[in-house]
Design a protein around this ligand. Structure first.
Ligand code: HEC
Ligand code: HEC
Ligand code: HEC
Ligand code: HEC
Ligand code: HEC
Ligand code: HEC
Ligand code: HEC
Length: 293
């Protein structure tokens, strides 16, 4: 029943042009001015990436790659040697990146290519019953499987860093869902986007994403580095809200990653109030579509 993601970081092929060294031996004499020049003779591609990078571009190679004390090479650092970044908070959306070490950081902070394969059920299906004034969710089930793959087609390198990460690079499915009214577009009873969550109130869609997936929301005790796992009900309760007919108690029986669609399915079909039992079938992201009967 759970959704699965696979992330594959495609390592760009490191082109070490040893011929450049040969030309040094056979060609004109040239004195290297700095250690950096030496490294660049063979690792010119990396020097170019570093020069183009928004971050670290003023640092020399050996600022990060110290000379090894045990052998004749330069060491390979990890990002965390210098940056105390923790990805292991239980509410961190990208906790699974922690085991990837620097590769995890690079997947978000560089223009290295990333391929994401994900699978999720095609539909979720459930009933909402008005049982003596309480709304109870029953018969929750999933139907079929969607297999989606997305190649970000980034062609940069692992030394070309940016502080400003792009959610869309990896979550194109969610952005596609948003463009057709899915994921978290909250439609009010008046048929317009509910004011608090209106995409139009944010300068970028990423800022809108982070209004709900806010890693430093003062209503929650812990902070997250990149984005926070969230649910509609949990956040509304934290902000002191409640839902009529005690729906929040019942929605907690719906597994994580499906709850928001239960909320959105209702909000996008005119906020119907079930008299007896209503049946919902919701096509999952990115093909948002709701049928009720
Ligand atoms: C004569 C050419 C040459 C020069 C000069 C050179 N390198 Fe390399 N370097 C290589 C080659 C070849 C490799 C192995 C390629 C590979 O791993 O894909 C390598 C690998 C590396 C690695 C990876 C080591 C690992 O553990 O995977 C680092 C880091 C590195 N070089 C840093 C440097 C730095 C810093 C300098 C300058 C002080 C430098 N190199 C100068 C040719 C050179
Ligand atoms: C701000 C720190 C930093 C600077 C500056 C830096 N590197 Fe790196 N470099 C790294 C890290 C971190 C890795 C390990 C990446 C990984 O684990 O995938 C790395 C990996 C490498 C590798 C291994 C092959 C690869 O592409 O993964 C080579 C070679 C390399 N660096 C060469 C250089 C050269 C040459 C320079 C200077 C032009 C340089 N680096 C400057 C941090 C740095
Ligand atoms: C040898 C130490 C060192 C290593 C290794 C290193 N960095 Fe940095 N990094 C720095 C320094 C120093 C700064 C500049 C800090 C500043 O200006 O606030 C910086 C800046 C940054 C910034 C911008 C932060 C800001 O607040 O503007 C990001 C993002 C970043 N590094 C990510 C990484 C990533 C990802 C890696 C691994 C691929 C890495 N760094 C490896 C030392 C390092
Ligand atoms: C899932 C994506 C993601 C991963 C993985 C990730 N970051 Fe970040 N990082 C972000 C976001 C988002 C920000 C906030 C800036 C922005 O909005 O793009 C950020 C900000 C930063 C900053 C500057 C602000 C600060 O918190 O100091 C540094 C430095 C940084 N990251 C380093 C790292 C390092 C090192 C790793 C690996 C341990 C890492 N990041 C892993 C998404 C990520
Ligand atoms: C490098 C690719 C990458 C980038 C960039 C990225 N994500 Fe993710 N994100 C993933 C993957 C892969 C997962 C699934 C992780 C897992 O299964 O643990 C994920 C999961 C999530 C989740 C679900 C967490 C949960 O279990 O409830 C949220 C929310 C999320 N990302 C938001 C964001 C936001 C917001 C941004 C931009 C700041 C962003 N992501 C940037 C790859 C990425
Ligand atoms: C970051 C926490 C947070 C998350 C996550 C969140 N909300 Fe909200 N929401 C708020 C706040 C704060 C308000 C404004 C105060 C209020 O009306 O309770 C609000 C307002 C609303 C309103 C009333 C809108 C208006 O402007 O009158 C609706 C409906 C709503 N949210 C539905 C949802 C749905 C559906 C989800 C899940 C897809 C969701 N919210 C996720 C915090 C959140
Ligand atoms: C109105 C609040 C809200 C906004 C805005 C929002 N999300 Fe979400 N998002 C949620 C909630 C709530 C969940 C999951 C809760 C659940 O269903 O259990 C979620 C789940 C996710 C997931 C996991 C989905 C899955 O099926 O695996 C990702 C990835 C994600 N969001 C990314 C984004 C991105 C990217 C944006 C911006 C384009 C965004 N979110 C905007 C509330 C929001």
């Amino acid at each position: 029943m759970n959704k699965k993601y696979y992330i594959i970081v495609i390592l760009a092929i490191l082109v070490t042009t040893l011929s450049q060294t040969v030309s040094f031996i056979g060609g004109e004499h040239k004195l290297y001015q700095t250690v950096q020049d030496k490294c660049a003779k063979c690792h010119g591609d990396i020097k170019n990436q570093l020069s183009a990078s928004a971050i670290h571009s003023s640092y020399s190679c050996i600022f990060c790659h110290r000379k090894s004390t045990t052998n004749h090479t330069n060491t390979k650092p990890v990002c965390q040697d210098c940056h105390e970044v923790l990805l292991n908070d239980t509410l961190e959306a990208h906790g699974d990146f922690a085991v990837l070490g620097s590769e995890g950081c690079i997947a978000c902070h560089t223009t290295y290519n990333v391929v994401i394969n994900y699978s999720r059920p095609a539909y979720i299906d459930y009933d909402i019953t008005n049982s003596s004034g309480e709304w109870i969710i029953t018969n929750f089930t999933t139907i079929g499987t969607l297999n989606l793959s997305y190649n970000t087609q980034r062609d940069g390198g692992n030394h070309d860093l940016s502080e400003n990460t792009s959610c869309r690079d990896c979550h194109r499915d969610i952005f596609d869902a948003v463009s057709i009214g899915g994921h978290a577009i909250v439609i009010g009873k008046d048929g317009r986007q509910a004011s608090t969550h209106n995409t139009g109130n944010y300068t970028t869609l990423k800022a809108w994403c982070l209004s709900c997936h806010n890693g430093s929301d003062p209503k929650f005790p812990t902070k997250q580095h990149s984005a926070r796992k969230t649910t509609c009900d949990e956040c509304h309760e934290a902000y002191g809200g409640s839902h009529p007919y005690n729906l929040y108690a019942s929605i907690k029986t719906v597994p994580h990653l499906y709850r928001s669609l239960v909320c959105i399915a209702c909000k996008s079909t005119g906020w119907p109030a079930p008299n007896a039992t209503m049946h919902f079938r919701v096509h999952q992201e990115p093909y948002f579509d709701v049928t009720t009967w």
